[in-house]
Design a protein around this ligand. Sequence first.
Ligand code: MN
Length: 509
Amino acid sequence: MRDFDDSPEPPGELAGSADGRHRFLVQRHRATRLHFDLRFEVDGALVSWAVPKGPSLDPQRKSLAMKVEDHPYAYGWFEGIIPSGYGKGDVVLWDDGWWDHDPEYPDQVDAAEAIAAGEFKFVLIGRKLRGRYVIVKTSRPAGKGRSSGEEWLLIHKKDQYAIAGWNPEDYPQSVLSNRTNEDVAEGRPGRWKAATEDELAELDHIKTKGDWTVDGITQQITNLDKALIPGRNGEPPITKRELIAYYATVAPWMTTTLAGRPINLNRFPDGIEGAKGGFFHKSVPAHAPAWVRRWPNPNAGKGETREYLMLDGAPSLVWAANFAGFEIHPWTSTCASPDEPSYALVDIDPGENTAWDDTLVLARLFRVAMDKLGLVARPKVSGQRGIQIWIPVKAGYSFRQTSDFVEALSKTVGGVVPDLVSWKWKKNARRGLARLDYTQNQVNKTLVAPYSVRPRPGAPVSVPLEWDELDDPDLRPDRWTIRDVFHRLDEIGNSFDALVGVQQTLPEL
Ligand code: MN
């Protein structure tokens, strides 16, 4: 068989998916009974089995696998709570990666045919599952006393990835968010691993470029002493090394708002004062290593980005920072439901004549509105001049609905202080007044992520707040930078943790 090294390249270009490769996805699903949903991308759908004890690397294990109906492609990325009906329970994305035909059986070239014939031989290259497998239909008839589905057996071959005694239950965490099913059920925030003290010390010792290992993944980082952002107030400039160290450290706090979402990256390869300025990078560059997680947008139209970057932990944040992609904009929706926003977003966008106190007046009016409406929400400072408010919503809303809600809410708030707000969209018609920009509630319109660096002197970051901090006379929209935000996180944690798992109905306005 082909030799896949530790950070493998996908096994060649295969026909099928948007990016020419076939994915597999495994969800750990606590429904009436715990099972693992093993799903293969075949002809654009997910051919699926429910494996009660889970797939393994142990060749001695013959895992019962019940064939279930094909699922739509997007569903494979789902992680969260199924509130009712068939499958009621909690789901984490337990593994994903590529599948290929087993090269030792060159005659088997069509997966759909092999599955129809009752024996499918394949190779997996996942985060957890690796190596050669066969899934084979048993001769036992369906029916009496047992499930009505078809019974199959999933077996790992004896190869260099086989590990005797390997039990999937020893590795229960999500590959997207690092959560367990219990975390999902309890609404506990996910936490990616941060770089350790030792790893950070190693980063300090790398000269201008070298290999660095964070959270088990080694990558080459380059131009470490290049200044990308000037300092402020006479402080030294921010180098790429410092940005990399920042993202490797802040990673756990970014989990809840990045995991499972496509990302638009704002890149500044020549620094924020460079001739090119910044530009948005949506697609994953060809040179990206195989372990960088990609999401093929099934709804991409002609000329649109087809394969988006997903950030899934400290290594991928480091990879992005090394690529000078340090302003991070996650989608408002997840890969599992790209047309359904998870938040309604209020964007208080100050004009040239908007004083900070005016911005605060507007934010406090939204606070009153959230209180009156009984909605859980939190503000965050943008790291530049504005304040944004994130309102978590239950599954099933369209962007049209969240946009209509935020429009009505914003017009109500703006109506209280008409002298502060303009409803003109052209900047030069706004007379320097603030805009309450409800138009951000659209697919692939994004607001900056919490704890993302902003391209301003001093590298300020966007920071979630508690509502009462709007009354703090020391509050500023760019108060925290990559050099001091950790004091705040140590003291009060992440205010957006309060939004995790909140499923709200938006009231009529
Ligand atoms: Mn299931």
